[in-house]
Design a protein around this ligand. Sequence first.
Ligand SMILES: Nc1ncnc2c1ncn2[C@@H]1O[C@H](COP(=O)(O)OP(=O)(O)O)[C@@H](O)[C@H]1O
Ligand code: SF4
Ligand SMILES: [Mg+2]
Length: 306
Amino acid sequence: MLTVKDLVKHFPLKAGRFSSSEEKIHALNGVSFTLGKKQTLGIVGESGCGKSTLAKAILGIKPADSGSITLDPPDTRMQYIFQDPYLSLDPKMQVKDIITEPMTAAGMITKKEVVKEAQRLLELVGLPKDWGTKYPHEFSGGQRQRICIGRAISSRPGIVICDEPVSSLDVSIQSQILNLLLELQDKLEISYIFIAHNIAVVLYMSDIVSVMYAGYIVESANPQELYADPMHPYTKLLLSVVPEIGKNKRIFEQKITGEVPDLIHMEAGCPFYSRCPVHKDVCRTAIPQLKPGEKSDHSCACWLYQ
Ligand SMILES: Nc1ncnc2c1ncn2[C@@H]1O[C@H](COP(=O)(O)OP(=O)(O)O)[C@@H](O)[C@H]1O
Ligand code: SF4
Ligand SMILES: [Mg+2]
């Protein structure tokens, strides 16, 4: 449904006392992937690695500098769900108008049909159908995220980009929202791009997981494979710090330290070099490309495998 090729997005740094105007933040450095029908592509990586930049580039909110985004069919609708359900709902609008907004904006329904459509959508996301006349402040965080989900699916999108949809919610609510997303995917045949910094959540939700580091995808595999046999040293780090995974499986004994990468002064070679406990001289010479390993659906960008 979606083919993304070589997306690049660099943000210029404003010229100031400490920086020249030529300096840039290298937020996306050539990201490629495909997404099939009813599939979930998970994107995981630590804060600042370019996940939201990728989401916004695909949606056209902050277009990429170069690269291509191809939808098949070309009129496939895309919608999004963002992290903070408090910021993404207009406090002055009634929920029935919020939840049907993409439909009215697209001319899919008339004003008369708003109440009925809102009732249908509220039920679909597990809220009482007569709550449409309420305002966002009358809802809890989890309920607000249900409204955001209802709004996202209202215009029957083929693809929904979920950018950290549960990161701001109580842990007790998170699994309810994740399961709602899975249930709706089954009913409505939606494809998801599911973004999170928590690898356990991404493994649970996804058919394919791509691990991002410093604006690059460094590893891609199905979740079972990625969990059982991670290749990239950074993926091993992510898995080792998840308590419930790390406890039972000593995947990576060696502690990885170091700062998050400097996206302004990118060094030659592998972007993970400065934090990688197994780096070699060759790692400084050129950027490792994402290449399939022994299994063709498991790719990794690391000189250890090339
Ligand atoms: N509008 C912007 N202007 C300048 N820099 C930005 C902008 N948006 C994001 N960045 C920078 O791009 C990098 C990636 O950010 P982001 O995509 O938000 O990461 P993530 O969502 O993975 O936390 C960060 O260094 C961030 O500061
Ligand atoms: S290419 Fe080298 S530095 Fe980069 S992750 Fe692999 S081993 Fe580490
Ligand atoms: Mg983000």
